[in-house]
Structures are given as C-alpha cells and as structure tokens.
Design a protein around this ligand. Structure first.
Ligand code: TPP
Length: 681
C-alpha cells in the first residue's frame, strides 16, 4: 500500500478519521450489496454509484451540518448522504423501490438523494439544474440572515451545461453562501473532459470575482477536509460562494448499463484503481497506528453485517400501493387558496374605481408584498426606475427594498431556477417575472422538469409553490417573437396551474390566489389587455381572492356555448353582439384559468345549447381547444347536436404586418361564420 502519511496534514482527531473511514466503508459495501441485489431482481432496475468519490464526500459530510445546512446532491453522493445521517436501510428501501423511501417514495430512480429532516433537497435527473436552485436557496439564507450554507454537487461534465455558469454568476453577484462541489473524474459517461471544455476546470472558473476556489486531491481525505472546511467558512463569512473541484476517480462504470472497457484501456483502468481512496486511507490508518489490520477487518465485518441486516429489513417492506401512483402531483390539502371551496361564491366585498389590468396586477403585488414579508420578486428590468418593461412591478423595489425586488441577469433559466431554490423553504415564495412568453424557453427545463415536478418527485417532501408571471399573446403587431401564446405548450405537463385572465378584476383576484396558494402557477398576462379600456374593471378590495377553475358566464345565450379565455374573450363578445342582431344568442364562457378549467360550467351550458365552440389565440393544432373538445366528446357526447368546433390561430407564426397578423390570429368574423354553421348543423 502506498504511504500517504507524509503528504497528509490531518487536523482531525483519530476518532474523526476512523469515523470517516467507517462511513467510506459503509458506502462502498452498500454499493457492493446493491450490485448483488440488482442481479437478484428484487425491485430495482438500475444502479449508479460512487466508488472512487468516497474520500471527498466523507470530508464534505464532516463539514456540512445536517438539518442546518442545505444540500442538493450529485447521484454519486452516497457517502455524503450516509455521512449526513441517511441510513443504509433508507438507501436500500429506495434501491429496491419499496414504500418508505425518504428521497422520493420510490418515484425516482435510486441515488436521487433527498431527506427532509436532513435538508437534502430532492434532486431531479436533469444534470445542471441544481446549480441555480442552490444559488437561489443561498439568496433565501441571506434574506433570513441565517447561519446556513448550501452544498451543491455535480460531475465535471455537467459543468458544460449553461446553468453551471448561470449558477456561479448569480452566486457571485449576490455573494450567496453556496459551496459548489465538482467531482472531477474526467468523464461524462464515455466522453473525456477534453471534449467538454478547452481547459481544466480550475482555470475555467478563474474569472469569477468573489469565488473562493479549491482543488484538492479528492482521493485524499485530509486534503479534501481542509478544502471543505475553508470553503464552508468562506461561504459563511458572507464574502461569496466557494467552489471545491475534487480530483477523483470513477472506479466503476458510469452506471449498471455502462462498461468502461468500451472507452478506457486496461492500463487506464489499472492506473485509476491505484487511487482507490478507501485503500489509501486504510493504508494510512495502519501506517500511522490508528488501528491494526485485525481491528480494521473487524470493523469491516461489522459494517457488512449491519448492511446485510438493513437490506433485509428494506426487502421486507411492501412496494408502494398502485393507488398512490398519481398522488402529490398538486397539493391535496383543503387549505389551498387556489382551490374553490364548495358552496362559496367568490365576489369582491367592495369595489373601487375602475382600473386597467396592468394597474390591477401592480396593486395585487403591492398588497401581497405588504401582507407577506417573505415574498420576493426578480426578473429582467423589474426594479425601479423601469419597474418592468410593461410597468407591472412599478414601485415594488422602492417600497419593499432591493433585497426583495431586484433585476435578474438576462437569463430566463436563472430567473426560474433561483426562484425555485428560494421557494424550497416552507413559507418562502418567489413571484418572478419572465419578460415575454416568447423568451420563456431557456427556462423550459427548470419549469417543466423542476418546478412542476418538485412535489411529486419528493413524495410531498419538497413542494415549492411559486408564481411565474409572464406577458403573452398578440394583436399588437408584436410579430413572431413578441406575440406567442404558450398556454397549451405548458398545459401538457402536470404539476402546475395556469391562469390567463381577460380583465382587471379577474387578474387581481387570480394573482392573489396564485400568491397565497400551495401550488406553482404560470400566470399568463395578455399584454394587449394591459391598458385596454375593455379590460378595465372596478378594482376589487384587497381581500378578494379568486380561486382557479371557476369560469364566468360573460353573456347568456341558448344557441351555442362558446368557450374561451384571454384576448379572445372580447373578440367573442364582438361576435356575440353581431350574432345577436341576427337572432343567434351565444352563451359566452370565459374560463379564466385553463389548468384547471371549469368543465362543470361548460357541461352545464351544453345542456342548454347542445352545441359548442372553443375559441383561442394559440394555434389550432394541439391548442388547448383540442383538450376541451376531446373531453366533451368523451364525457358529454350525448349532450351534443353537432361536432365541437374550434376557432384558433392558423398553424403558422404570428407575422408583423397588420393585414398578415389579422390573417393569422382569430377574428370576430371567424367566430361569427363558425357559429352560423354550427346552428345550422
Ligand atoms: C440535462 C441532462 N442531459 C443528459 C443527461 C444524461 N446523463 C446523465 S449523467 C450524464 C453524464 C454526467 O457526467 P458528469 O457530470 O461528469 O458526472 P459523472 O457521471 O462523471 O459523475 C449524462 C450525459 C441528464 N441526466 N441530464
């Protein structure tokens, strides 16, 4: 065994060193046991493991404080998780996909660590998203003025994801207490690091001001411990984040589906084996007289017995009941401002002067920020003097301070990822702005794979209700990139609620429900309606909260039920007046929210009209009208005297020139023609 004593400067007691060795052995033997269980087909189908990373992770676990500091872990962080206090039985429970897995309730693959009591935040499978969430959690810690630090880890290839740099950017701008841990084993599955970036990681991150950088030999417990201790202290001091780039080896394949021999030579594999951190520490312990061979053999045997017993206990647990497969997609409690209570009629207690929609939104934000000191807002240009490109956030930063309301970098994934990290703490909520719906797509992954899945993937342990306000829609000569409607694109994914109000009063009440509610919300604001006279309404009082899923009958009729929302409400109203003059009375329903949508109200109306038309601004193909139409066919076919008709934008992009725009977006004349045909059916 190589002697490492000369190199190491422990700074740790003998007990601590032996405890670290024990955790590393526990981790390795847990992996060994998992490999056996996998071959025995006892419930799991996949293994991704961390042999070679143990020393760096055991060192980190000695520094971070369980239940006080926060962690978002790489899938190779078993040693770290065990070191913080996750038990081997809990690991096996998840590995065999049994009931009681604290990470995800066996909803995610193994090694997606999560533990509420230990503050290990649920991690999705998407590599790179965690950096922004950690940076945002760091912002939360600063707001709370708490003595807490965030640990966030990933492999080195993951640093090629833009979110790595976005996370560092945010953390260094705001000097948030985050320790980034990069476990540099030189490979991303089979791709060598030289195909990921042109220079070593330490050089690559050298341009960030306020960032403390450490580059220990991650196979050496002592070097790693010194690095994490210094990084943790630096982050706690308020000077900024730190990064620890641990040089480690990946002693096994990327996962149970990978064979290193496909892309590494036998010589390379043998060379890496020489750096096995457990063998190195074991030799050091013996060389330095902390324990002899016989004592270590006894310790290892004891760990193995513990593991076998833990695995047996886990195996005895039942699999999760199939009836629970779709629970915790959304909040299931009664106390949710987003959900209507049976029998309650939602009306403002009093009404003020008429306001335009943008002012109603602005007032809702002011009132809610007054009411809850833990609300925060960021986005591009949201801070005063600008107060948002449309003015929705005007006055907020002046009134509530730039600690709570401030400009974000021009990076949409940053806006959402950091907001999610902030909102992971119960009682903390970010109400952020994406400047235009057309530019929400850099944040698509953070929204659909992270925000929307948080509750489900953690089995209800890490919900993160937050609000994303986003101006959408056309009719303003906004052309292709300032006109898009995006509600159906997002409605294909569960885990969020979606609003799209058509007037000021609804916007105010719905936004308040979104802010006070328990689920993440995409709040879509038609910018065409922001200052439109027709979208004005008397302003509801500050306690008016309008839950989602309650449609509004805008106009009663008996000939055709017309279902719509957002910009097309007024277009349908124009059509309704024209049709009325020809003796056709349509019943116009404004859904207000599309997730959930008020099916009961639509079906009730259909009982009267027996004909239905859905009108929306988004394109026809796979627009939300397709969903409504399909539901009606499936559940209310016997109410229909004619097929459900859809009126929607052409399957095109929205062009700039007015005659072209008019030819693409739904017009009142289209609704009139469709209604005339429907009544003749
Ligand atoms: C966004 C995303 N892209 C691709 C994948 C598939 N994938 C999972 S792990 C991985 C390699 C990651 O390599 P690295 O960051 O170096 O970590 P290591 O596995 O070496 O510890 C890839 C490509 C993923 N999970 N997420």
């Amino acid at each position: 065994m190589p002697k490492t004593a000369a190199k190491a400067k422990p700074g740790l007691s003998n007990e601590q060193i032996l405890a670290a060795y024990r955790i590393m052995v526990l981790s390795r033997k847990t992996e060994d046991k998992c490999s056996i269980i996998l071959r025995q087909s006892k419930g799991g189908s996949f293994q991704i493991s961390g042999p070679g990373h143990e020393a760096a992770l055991a060192a980190a676990a000695m520094v971070f404080r369980p239940g006080q500091d926060w962690s978002i872990c790489h899938y190779r962080d078993l040693t770290y998780a065990l070191g913080l206090g996750v038990t081997a039985e809990e690991i096996f429970t998840g590995f065999m996909a049994r009931e009681g897995d604290p990470a995800s309730g066996s909803r995610q693959m193994p090694s997606h660590f999560g533990h509420k009591a230990l503050r290990i935040i649920s991690k999705s499978s998407c590599v790179g998203t965690q950096f922004l969430q950690a940076a945002g959690r760091g912002t939360g810690i600063k707001h709370d003025k708490a003595d807490e630090v965030v640990y966030v880890s990933a492999g080195d290839a993951t640093c090629a994801e833009g979110e790595f740099h976005e996370g560092l950017n945010w953390a260094t701008i705001h000097k948030t207490p985050v320790v980034f841990h990069i476990e540099d084993n030189g490979y991303g599955i089979s791709t060598h690091w030289s195909q990921q970036r042109a220079q070593p990681l330490m050089e690559w991150v050298s341009g960030y001001r306020n960032l403390a950088r450490f580059n220990p030999d991650g196979c050496d417990l002592f070097e790693s411990y010194d690095a994490f201790k210094a990084a943790h202290e630096y982050a706690r001091s308020g000077k900024g984040p730190a990064i620890v780039i641990s040089k480690v080896v990946r002693l096994w394949g990327h996962s149970s589906s990978d064979n290193r021999k496909k892309y590494m030579t036998d010589a390379q594999i043998a060379e890496e084996s020489k750096r096995d951190p457990i063998a190195l520490l074991r030799a050091w312990i013996i060389d330095n007289g902390l324990a002899d061979e016989a004592e270590l053999v006894a310790l290892e045997a004891q760990v193995k017995n513990e593991i076998d017993a833990a695995a047996e206990r886990a195996e005895a647990k039942p699999f999760p009941a199939p009836q629970t497969a779709a629970t915790h997609v959304l909040y299931e409690g009664e106390d949710n401002a987003l959900r209507p209570r049976p029998g309650v009629e939602y009306k403002p207690a009093s009404l003020g002067e008429p306001v335009v929609m943008i002012d109603a939104i602005n007032r809702a934000l002011h009132e809610e920020f007054e009411r809850d000191e833990h609300l925060v807002c960021w986005g591009q240009d949201v801070q005063d003097g600008k107060g948002g490109v449309f003015g929705a956030t005007t006055g907020l930063s002046t009134k509530f301070g730039t600690e709570r309301v401030f400009n974000s970098p021009l990076a949409e994934a940053t806006v959402i990822g950091t907001a999610l990290g902030y909102s992971y703490k119960p009682g903390r909520k970010a109400v952020v702005e994406i400047q235009f719906g057309d530019y929400i797509f850099p944040a698509f992954e953070q929204i659909v794979n992270e925000v929307a899945t948080a509750r489900y993937r953690s089995n209800n342990n890490w919900p993160a209700p937050m609000v994303i306000r986003v101006p959408v829609g056309g009719y303003i000569q906004g052309a292709m990139y300032h006109s898009q409607c995006i509600e159906a694109t997002f409605a294909t994914r569960p885990g969020m609620m979606i609003a799209m109000p058509s007037n000021a009063a609804d916007a105010k009440g719905l936004l308040k429900a979104a802010i006070r509610g328990q689920d993440p919300v995409l709040f879509m604001e038609c910018k065409n309606l922001y200052r439109q006279e027709r979208a004005k309404s008397p302003e509801p009082d500050k306690d008016y909260v309008l839950p989602f899923g309650i449609g509004r009958v805008v106009r009663e009729g008996n000939a055709v039920t017309v279902v719509t929302w957002g910009n097309t409400v007024n277009i349908c109203l124009d059509a309704a007046m024209e049709l009325s003059s020809r003796g056709i009375e349509i019943e116009l329903i404004d859904l207000r929210t599309i997730l959930p949508w008020d099916k009961d109200l639509v079906f009730k109306s259909l009982k009267k009209t027996n004909r239905c038309m859905v009108v929306h601004e988004e394109q026809m193909t796979m627009g939300f009208g397709a969903e409504i139409s399909a539901r009606i066919m499936e559940e209310a076919f016997d109410l229909l005297d004619a097929p459900v008709k859809r009126v929607a934008a052409l399957d095109s992009f929205c062009p700039y020139s007015k005659p072209l725009e008019n030819a693409v977006l739904p017009q009142a004349s289209w609704v009139i023609e469709a209604a005339k045909k429907l009544v003749k059916w």
